[in-house]
Write a protein that binds this ligand. Structure first.
Ligand code: PAF
Length: 286
């Protein structure tokens, strides 16, 4: 695995790969890799001749008071894991490479970024779209792989890629979970096994919501209040939102008649967790 720290160098390596007629599959990450990231890398391995991964903790997607300083950094371990998966290139820029002095340009996708996570974290997606647009320009992949765990992020990035005519195919890979059901996240490393067990109430709530929808409940308020009850019952949880939205547009849904995304943001003992599940209505009208 070759580590590349400079954007220009990465771009010229990518151009060489393309000239040779080979394809690049790319997984952008902020490091602190876990099995969820590794599943994205394995998927990338199947999708391109060359696999590139980036590790960059992007400060522009953290709001004031969020955990940028505390964000886990485990570079040596990350590198070992990526080598084991035969990753070809690790793009590892620093802040001055990504946002040199005099930096003034940001990418903003409107509308779908002001609901759910965007409502709670108003500057978050501007940071994500900016850094992902930059990373795509630098690594020039044919395919980029994102996780369903950050469902809204995947939708926002797909929109940006379409709107800005960026020549990349966006692939969204399934969420990987702990045995208890808790979605894997770099922030789970702050938890004890007992907290992981408690945090799994989020997934259990979401699953119950899906069951209700599958069985024909169409009133989203009813579904949300059942999920709320399950998550609220677990000790140490503070709910930010539980929401049911159109799975493609993220429009808020009152009556469930098409595929929806049920999403939740919950703090457990002060650590903010997000998760989601898709659900299709059962035989409505019964
Ligand atoms: O999902 C993440 O880890 C980040 O938001 C991403 C896509 C790497 C951009 O910094």
């Amino acid at each position: 695995m070759r580590t590349v720290k400079k954007a220009k160098r990465m771009q010229s390596l990518a151009a060489g790969i393309k000239r040779d007629g080979r394809t690049i599959a790319f997984v952008p990450t902020m490091g602190a890799l876990h099995e969820g990231h590794l599943s994205l890398v394995r998927r990338a391995r199947k999708l391109g001749d060359i696999v590139a991964v980036s590790i960059y903790v992007n400060r522009t997607q953290f709001g004031p008071g969020e955990d940028l300083k505390k964000y886990p950094r485990t570079l040596e371990r990350d590198k070992r894991l990526l080598r084991l998966l035969d990753v070809d290139y690790l793009f590892l820029p620093d802040d001055s490479e990504m946002y040199p002095s005099g930096y003034l340009t940001y990418v903003e996708t409107e509308g779908i970024t002001s609901v759910l996570e965007g409502k709670s974290r108003p500057t978050h997606f501007r940071g994500v779209t900016t850094v992902v647009a930059k990373l795509l320009n630098i690594v020039q992949p044919d395919v980029a792989v994102f996780g369903q765990k950050d469902a809204q992020q995947a939708i926002v990035i797909s929109r940006m890629v379409a709107d800005l005519n960026i020549p990349v195919k966006v692939i969204v890979a399934p969420t990987v979970r702990e045995k208890t059901g808790l979605a894997l996240s770099s922030r789970n490393r702050y938890f004890s096994p007992e907290q992981i067990r408690r945090a799994s109430c989020i997934y259990h709530g979401l699953k119950r919501g899906r069951e209700l929808i599958n069985s024909g409940v169409t009133d989203s308020k009813k579904v949300v209040s059942e999920i709320l009850r399950i998550i609220d019952d677990a000790e140490g949880t503070t709910i930010d939102y539980i929401s049911i939205n159109d799975a493609n547009t993220l429009d808020h849904v009152r009556k469930i008649t098409r595929e929806v995304l049920i999403s939740a943001a919950v703090e457990l003992d002060g650590v903010r967790l997000i998760d989601n599940i898709k659900a299709k209505p059962g035989r409505t009208g019964c």
